[in-house]
Design a protein around this ligand. Structure first.
Ligand code: E4P
Length: 216
């Protein structure tokens, strides 16, 4: 499973990259706004921190506008994945941009039929939003499982990017359901390492090593 960092904070991305823990980055306009720097500048900085796909989202909603913005974003770096909303114009732009060899992440997916459309439009990634479905009492993991089955039935190579991941349990369930990628905030990725028995075991080993005067 690939891990993407869902943040536009370059310090966080550099830290995760230093552990070898990330395979790419996703951003959205809300995350870019938090970064407080010009859009193209932040995306260029992020692209230099990881060789993996870096999603940068358009703000246009019509086909021509999305094509113009998508091509502009793709010129920032070869690893930019243009993020397009799951609308008819977004799907049309997806087909056209992927046809030109540009990676596309179709975002704001909340149903299996939407994911089917994105795969037919040639999307590189489809982003089902788990947490936002959970927010309205719908199990987001059922959606991942449905998309997995549909994509496997027809051998679509669009990658399922589990998005809006809010907890370590979301990560585990998305992996079990067969998501190709998950994107989560840095804090969630860091928290995956935590286990009280690991801390307790390490404490005991270190205490025993000290008592016995073990030096390596
Ligand atoms: C990913 O591409 C989305 O930007 C992100 O995961 C949304 O997460 P949220 O629902 O927690 O804002």
């Amino acid at each position: 499973m690939k891990f993407f960092a869902d943040t536009a904070d370059t310090k966080e991305i550099a830290e995760l990259a230093s552990y070898g823990l990330i395979d790419g980055v996703t951003t959205n306009p809300s995350l870019i706004a938090k970064a407080g720097k010009p859009f193209a500048e932040v995306i260029a900085e992020i692209c230099a921190l990881t060789p993996g796909a870096v999603s940068a989202e358009v703000v246009a909603t019509d086909f021509d506008g999305m094509m113009k913005e998508g091509k502009k974003l793709a010129k920032i770096a070869p690893n930019v994945a243009v993020k397009l909303p799951l609308t008819l114009d977004g799907l049309k732009a997806c087909k056209a941009l992927t046809g030109e060899g540009i990676q596309v992440n179709v975002t704001l997916c909340f149903s299996a039929n939407q994911a089917l459309l994105a795969a037919k439009a040639g999307a590189t990634f489809i982003s089902p939003f788990i947490g936002r479905l959970d927010d309205i009492h719908i199990d987001g993991m059922d959606l991942i499982a449905e998309i997995r089955q549909i994509y496997d039935n027809y051998l679509f190579d669009t990658e399922i990017l589990a998005a809006s991941i809010r907890s370590p349990n979301h990560v585990k369930l998305a992996a079990l359901a067969g998501a190709d990628v998950m994107t989560a905030p840095a804090a969630v990725i860091r928290s995956l390492v935590n286990h009280p028995l690991t801390d307790k075991g390490l404490e005991t080993f270190l205490a025993d090593a000290k008592k016995a005067g073990i030096k390596v």
